[in-house]
Design a binder for this molecule. Structure first.
Ligand code: ADP
Length: 237
């Protein structure tokens, strides 16, 4: 297991986020605080509709909080403009979703090369790293196939390789195995976990699956707009 260091890599400070609809205000985060340490894997476990995606999108700079700050590494993101947030997302953050969102017209290898080339790497370097990542995810021999020629589990392993292609500070995953059958889900999750542990990445992973969540360093949930620790070893009260 990669050693966790005492260094915070992601911090949410008094983050508030509400949605305004015609006749009501829906408060999802209310002065929420959270710290993810370097090398730490944390599961976000909460019922559907509780706000997991909102939290991941806010922490991952896809949505702006109404107030409060998201600090990535040493960078306070509250004052960043849209271009700076986009650059930070592209270079320092990785995302995996329930559905793979791979580019259909590109091969698996090219899908993993794209984010690296957007960052300015040569195609030679990007291709080598992409192949290494696909090999690590045990999908190397399928690297010249397009997503439509891959199984669901294989597509998701390519999506994971793509998400870590730029060696992000933080990997965010939103139900990454939610669309897979139980045995494929377990296999894909194992590959994700091994990759995160081996590379010393930090990860925040939303999942409904308590067995997968228990394998992480710590579990949190959303309660009254706050991010609170969750002990999955205790039976529900
Ligand atoms: P989860 O990921 O836990 O299922 P979400 O973060 O997707 O939860 O949504 C939390 C709540 O916020 C839900 O009730 C959802 O309907 C609502 N919501 C999410 N996005 C928006 C939006 N853009 N506008 C209004 N309400 C939203």
């Amino acid at each position: 297991m990669a050693a966790m260091s005492g260094e915070p890599i992601l911090q949410l400070k008094n983050v508030c986020r509400s949605y305004h609809e015609a006749d009501r205000e829906l408060t999802i985060l209310k002065d929420a605080n959270f710290t993810l340490m370097r090398g730490e894997m944390v599961a976000l476990v909460a019922p559907s509709g509780a706000g997991k995606s909102t939290l991941l999108h806010t922490a991952g700079l896809l949505e702006k909080p109404d107030s409060g700050d998201v600090i990535l590494g040493k960078t306070s993101c509250a004052q960043l403009d849209d271009d700076e947030r986009t650059a930070m997302r592209r270079n320092d953050l990785g995302f995996v979703y329930q559905f793979h969102h791979l580019l259909p017209e590109f091969t698996a290898l090219e899908n993993v090369m794209v984010p690296q080339m957007l960052r300015g790497l040569s195609s030679k370097v990007a291709s080598q790293r992409a192949q290494n990542l696909l090999d690590y995810m045990r999908i190397g021999p399928r690297s010249s196939h397009r997503p439509s020629e891959l199984s669901g589990g294989e597509q998701q392993r390519v999506a994971i390789a793509r998400a870590v292609a730029n060696a992000p500070l933080v990997l965010f995953a939103d139900e990454p195995t939610g669309n897979l059958d139980p045995s494929t889900s377990s296999y894909v999750f194992q590959a994700l976990e091994a990759l995160v542990r081996q590379s010393g990445l930090s990860a925040l992973i939303a999942t409904h699956n308590h067995d997968l969540a228990r394998r992480m360093d710590r579990c949190v949930t959303l309660k009254d707009g706050k991010i609170v620790d969750l002990d999955l070893r205790k039976p529900a009260a």
